[in-house]
Design a protein around this ligand. Structure first.
Ligand code: SF4
Length: 63
């Protein structure tokens, strides 16, 4: 799985970090960082929850 974030849509509200801190981190500089761009299957559930939970629809999943 590849994590794709549209940074133009991201509002840096850290909802994704709350769901999947292994993948997403909003730092003190106010920007979102992707910690793991190619998470394994053990993180699929959390990644899908983050996709669904992101209030701006900024996250998608690639191949
Ligand atoms: S939940 Fe969406 S808008 Fe919020 S920090 Fe994550 S990607 Fe950005």
């Amino acid at each position: 799985m590849k994590v794709i974030v549209d940074f133009d849509l991201c509002a840096s509200n850290a909802v994704c970090m709350g769901i999947a801190p292994e993948i997403f981190e909003v730092r003190d500089d106010g920007y979102l960082y992707i910690l793991n761009e190619n998470p394994g299957p053990e993180l699929e559930q959390k990644l899908r929850e983050a996709v669904n939970g992101c209030p701006t629809g900024a996250i998608s999943i690639g191949e």
